[in-house]
Write a protein that binds this ligand. Sequence first.
Ligand SMILES: [Mg+2]
Length: 374
Amino acid sequence: MKITQVVCQILRAGPAEAKTSSCQDLVLVRVRTDTGLEGVGEADSSPEVVKAVVDAPFSHNVACGLRELLLGENPLETERLWQKMYRGSMYFGRTSVTVSAMGAIDMALWDLKGKHFGEPIHRLLGGKRHDQIPAYASILFGQDRSETRDIGQRWVEAGYRAVKFGWEPMGQSEALDIELVRGAREGVGEDATVLVDAGCVWEARTALARARSFADYRIGWLEEPLQQSDVEGYAWLRDRSPVSIAAGEGECGRDAFRPLIDQRALDVYQVDLARNGFTEAAYIKNRVEEIGARLCNHCYTSSINVAAGLHWLSTWRDAFLFEDCVEESPIRSEVTTETIQARDGMLTVPDGPGLGVTVNEDFVRTALVAESGA
Ligand SMILES: [Mg+2]
């Protein structure tokens, strides 16, 4: 089996709003082979930048676009192809969007591998330990306490036993920060789990003060209180915080996760398969297991990434929560023909070959704004 095409498709579901939501557009990577099999993956990044990383022509031996590195290769050799992409893109890569693009391709290669062998990816990863994983509804804060309360109430009524509230307007003032968390707790009631995603708004000392205030509302974790690159700040905060500290969603690949893991900087490591692929996520999982910390997925894009996260996290013994983005966006709900969203607060791990999802070609046709490699 040989790779014959690496197709990039950019989808948009209308004009993007000024909010921190990744499901307003999408870059799909589709790896096709001479046997007629296709694997699909996605990256959570700027779609046009990912496409450029795939499309770039050969410049020299360590500066080459990913497509050119992959054509003619055997797609089953995922580890070797990761190393080939890493070395071949070294002068513009090693971090950030290049690794995200590699992650999308790696996701597609594992989808292909599963389809080739007729097995779900979780089996190729060593075997799932869960058929279902408890989901948390992941959504943005309201503008104030009462809007946030209404949002919490809505998702608990929809069957979720955990709700995460994120980003704006947190970080504007101490009073508003606490009011937002008070509204979240009021909305979900006494028994459900409240998760708080601050959106990288404080330095460590302010974050510690907020963690102490939020502890009164029994939050399940405080996510990304600090800048994503402030590893020392996270280690300092985690040593002192009365609540668990979660982060990692922006990290691309093992080099990015290694300092966080080595310094025991977090309680919960959040890994986005659309920035890491299965190959890097397997390394991160093993390292987090070694240090006895907890692992969760990050996902705010399409059902392709939801499926990827479910295959991966189902192989972890303590799969205690799964991020289920509940934004009302066709990118979240219509890219695959299968709807992968929690029922009664639980997500079911797909069992079909590969990722176990099917691209909805009708939706792709209506939302397609750019394509290369076909
Ligand atoms: Mg987050």
